[in-house]
Design a protein around this ligand. Structure first.
Ligand SMILES: Cc1ncc(COP(=O)(O)O)c(C=O)c1O
Ligand SMILES: N[C@@H](CCCC[NH3+])C(=O)O
Length: 437
């Protein structure tokens, strides 16, 4: 077991997060409980600021808020002066409610609804990462009606395969996202934007996938993009002024994962772009990046209470917890590998191999498979699963009518609730039968 954040540590037998004892959090707020280290999030956001935004002129890191979205995280992002990537009017609405600057919101998505486009534009969110021809038509029409302008970054598929699982690869040719570069399709999209008085061409966007450990994939995507930049200049005489290089930076979930260094990725991206522009005698364009998981993934630790234990001699020991796939779908969905620890027996030396099972009515509802845990794990123990800060809360569901857990932030020895635990009342759609109409 390796703690994936410097903001958690083990003292005696106990796990601490930002100096707060995990079992105290479990007692105070109940389980299952998403704990997010604000210390870790601040550290990562500060890295984005200092090692990218302040290091290179004319850059903006965006936090991909699909990875973790709530008022508190948008407030933190705002404090560090970074932007955000939103993929729905819902995410935008929470960001705006948190007081986020609409000019630093980039609206993504492969099927932005007319109502969402209208919502964004009415609220001053004009930076769109446009994805397809249907969206271009909608943007042209709705921006015209509202007498505003969509500032369009065109998402182009670089034709590169990268990412931790088939489901989270987005840069290859056969993807639902973005304009294809085949047959100059993306050039037709740019032409439509240039011809419209309700849209402005801002630049190009690439996102190759998520949980990426391959540095060359980033380099290669950017080299391909420099070819697109040339094509655009040749075709329209337009120099691309903005390049969004996407996110996808992998993190360590266990000791087998070896993530890339953040500064190495960004340096390579900046080098490819910088050299290509310099060679052409052009000023370097504005460069954006948009990591999500890298910012919040290792900040999260989910606490569960251990319940039933089923020991199948010579086969496996199933340790059931009070949550599961409803609060963490990633193991069943992507066969993700999580590390964990008995938070109140963390210092013990004797180990046992167990499989941590959720309480949902699915055999596949397993959170950690064949994990070595210290101590004699038993009912009532608090089990902590590491690196659950990204795509856990935001992908949670009410399967089996399980209320969603609370999210608690910890910071400098203190804790606070940032998302309240759902109650059974939240699960009831209507108290009374609705009449047929
Ligand atoms: C367009 C886009 N940008 C950014 C991200 C963030 O990815 P990650 O959380 O892996 O950094 C995603 C998700 O994969 C995405 O689809
Ligand atoms: N939800 C995925 C990542 C997809 C990111 C969004 N494009 C995960 O948990 O790994």
């Amino acid at each position: 077991m390796v703690l994936q954040t410097q903001f958690a540590d083990i003292r005696g037998n106990d796990l601490y997060i930002d100096g707060v004892k995990a079992t105290d959090l479990a007692k105070k707020y109940g389980t299952p409980l998403y704990v997010m280290s604000e210390g870790h999030i601040r550290h990562q956001m500060n890295e984005l600021k200092e090692k990218f935004m302040d290091k290179y002129e004319n850059t903006l890191p965006l936090f991909a808020s699909k990875s973790f979205s709530c008022l508190a995280i948008y407030k933190l992002a705002s404090e560090y002066g970074i932007g955000i990537d939103c993929v729905s009017a819902g995410e935008i609405s929470i960001a705006l409610r948190a007081g986020f600057d609409p000019d630093k919101i980039y609206f993504h998505g492969n099927n932005k609804l007319p109502s969402e486009i209208e919502y964004a534009l009415k609220h001053g969110v004009t930076h769109f990462v446009v994805d397809n021809f249907y969206e271009l038509e909608l943007c042209d029409k709705i921006a015209g009606e509202l007498d505003t302008v969509v500032k369009a970054t065109v998402r182009v598929v670089p034709g590169i395969k990268a990412g931790g699982h088939n489901f989270i690869q987005t840069g290859h040719v056969d993807t639902k996202f973005g304009f294809s570069s085949h047959y100059g399709i993306y050039l037709k999209a740019i032409k439509k934007i240039l011809d419209s008085k309700n849209m402005e061409f801002e630049g190009l966007h690439a996102h190759i996938g998520s949980q990426v450990f391959d540095l060359y994939a980033y380099i290669s995507a950017m080299r391909t993009f420099m070819g697109f930049v040339d094509e655009i200049y040749k075709t329209f005489g337009v120099v691309v002024k903005k390049i969004n290089a996407g996110g996808g930076y992998g993190i360590a979930y266990n000791k087998l994962d070896h993530p890339l260094d953040f500064e190495t990725i960004t340096e390579e991206i900046m080098n490819v772009i910088g050299e290509a522009y310099e060679k052409r005698g052009w000023e370097r364009p504005m460069v954006l990046i948009e990591p999500g998981r890298w910012v919040v993934g290792n900040a999260g630790i989910t606490l569960y209470t251990v319940g039933a234990i089923k020991d199948i001699p010579d086969v496996r020991t199933y340790v059931s917890i009070d949550g599961g796939m409803a609060d963490n779908i990633r193991t069943p969905l992507y066969d993700a590998k999580y590390d964990g620890i008995v938070a109140n027996k963390a210092g013990e030396t004797k180990t046992k191999v167990v499989t941590i099972a959720g309480k949902c009515c699915e055999s596949g509802d397993l959170i950690c498979k064949d994990l070595h845990v210290t101590g004699n794990i038993e009912a009532g123990d608090i089990f902590a699963v590491f690196s659950t800060g990204a795509y856990n809360y935001t992908m949670s569901s009410n399967y089996n009518q399980l209320p969603k857990p609370a999210v608690v932030f910890t910071y400098e020895g203190k804790s606070k609730v940032v998302i309240r635990r759902q109650t059974f009342d939240d699960l009831v759609e209507y108290d009374e039968d609705q009449a047929y109409e």
